[in-house]
Write a protein that binds this ligand. Structure first.
Ligand SMILES: [Cu+2]
Length: 181
């Protein structure tokens, strides 16, 4: 009989230990998660308090014309950081290809656009205006028509600020623009 009781007691204490261990693991897990959350919060607060990155305002893109699947997007980009930045590239889930272009007057007075070699530099504190007749985001191979009132999602890739997702409203430009750009 005595032996039997010991076995039962041993069994109980072992079960208790398993339960304790599991509780302890959950406790440690919760503590680790809370610590990570606290650290992330501190990091985020520090990051948010410093002026950083870029802000993109006044973005707009032209509606497509007929069967055309090409458009240009314009915007104002301000580098709010303390570091010089470069708009290196852009992509869109709605288009096969997106390039950064500049429009330049050639020697014989013809307006021509060409890829911006090395991207568009935006020094610390500076503002770059992408506008008709100047630098623009060229969007090619759109997967559908872009109608006025619609949206064009764009991801801008900066050397310092990283990826910036924007949604560009589609509208007609102010008077005086040429139809193709
Ligand atoms: Cu262009």
């Amino acid at each position: 009989m005595r032996q039997g009781t010991d076995v039962v007691r041993a069994f109980h204490s072992e079960e208790g230990m398993v339960r304790m261990t599991r509780l302890r693991l959950i406790e440690i897990g919760v503590a680790v998660v809370l610590t990570v959350v606290a650290l992330l919060f501190v990091a985020w607060t520090a990051w948010a308090a410093e002026p950083h990155g870029v802000s993109v305002t006044d973005a707009w893109a032209r509606p497509t014309i007929g069967q055309g699947r090409t458009t240009a997007a314009y915007m104002t980009i301000t580098n709010e950081g303390a570091t010089d930045d470069v708009l290196k590239a852009a992509t869109s889930p709605s288009a096969e290809r997106v390039e950064l272009h500049e429009t330049k007057m050639t020697g014989d007075g013809v307006m021509q656009m060409r890829p911006l070699e090395g991207g568009l530099p935006i020094p610390a504190g500076a503002t770059a205006e992408l506008k008709p007749g100047g630098a623009h985001v060229m969007v090619m191979g759109l997967n559908g028509e872009l109608a006025e009132g619609g949206d064009l999602p764009l991801t801008l890739e900066f050397a310092e600020a990283g990826s910036v997702d924007i949604v560009v409203p589609v509208r007609k430009g102010a008077g005086g623009d040429h139809a193709h750009h």
